[in-house]
Design a protein around this ligand. Sequence first.
Ligand code: CP3
Length: 366
Amino acid sequence: MNTTFLDACLGKPTPYTPVWLMRQAGRYLPEYRATRATAGSFMGLATNKDYATEVTLQPLDRYPLDAAILFSDILTVPDAMGLGLTFAEGEGPRFASVVRDEAAVDKLAVPDMNKLRYVFDAVSSIRKALALRGDKAVPLIGFSGSPWTLACYMVEGKGSDDYRLVKTLMYQRPDLMHRILAINADSVAQYLNAQIDAGAQAVMVFDSWGGVLADGAFQTFSLAYTKRVLAQLKRTGTDGAVVPRLVFTKGGGLWLDEMKDLDCDVLGLDWTMNLGKARAILEAGAGSNKSLQGNIDPNILFANPDQINTEVARVLNSFGKPHADAAKRGTGHVFNLGHGISQFTPPEHVSALVDAVHAHSKAMRG
Ligand code: CP3
């Protein structure tokens, strides 16, 4: 197996900087659009383990990526709570029921994990398919939304520009918001542990909307519940291997000084943060026990390959000299975008990015 991703997560030296891309399986790939058309809908893809396996592997067949990510969605958890998820073509996710008052909160509970069996079956199926690749097999990342990010969709009922409804509930009825978040945290922990048992080799928490919160509210309504998830997670898989835990808060660079004490292995950053400065924050004081993931602007993929190359080098150089001492844990770097890839991305530009990460990061070690 290619272990560069897992090694970088755990702060071990690697021969080059591993790279994968948030939303690497998706609509920018014509082969994804074809499989989706056959499956009929996004949920048709996600709930069928053969389709989920096929689309997970599609980006790996095109690019020498260093990790696979389970094909699913963060909104499967509130769906299993009974909120009724649908993805209308071109509209994004929608819930049939929303959680905006005490009566709706009273009905919420940690879902029976059997309702999410299709996700765990997909994890096992993807692991089997990856194992057939022998030396070229890459680790499989499982994931979930953060308690706060899930609450955003459960209250708003869909994506939002201003988070007005979820913030109304948070400010007017913090007691109800805390009840939702506690249920979400315990659901997410059970969900990630079941993914680990099914074969996920790393797990990532997407706190996509943590960064919309005010200072103070972020710590109370997002970070505290991410901690509650992390405290419940299994540390090793059924094979005994350590399962790295990654946390990505979009817009979270501001709070790095607090996030560096989270009980996880990797912090993901968006493009607003300088990786060298972030690394210095982690390495201050007692020294770093974490790695960083990120953080190139996904829109760089609309530039020309030579410009992509220049920007990749700039991001790798901003992180600085890679950790090389096998005797101690260092700050590893997993290259990624600062957020998900755009559906309008030209697929051949992704090749340029992945190749540039491998070539430049090898040269930095040479
Ligand atoms: O390749 C991968 O990264 C794995 C699959 C994955 C999807 N969603 C598939 C998907 C992952 C990791 C996610 C996470 C996810 N889903 C997040 C957190 C990451 C982030 O981007 O912040 C969020 C906020 C969601 C919620 C969600 N799902 C939205 C807002 C949308 C619609 C908008 C959009 O970008 O399409 C989805 C749908 C979705 N999830 C698609 C895919 C490939 C597109 C659906 C389609 O095929 O029509």
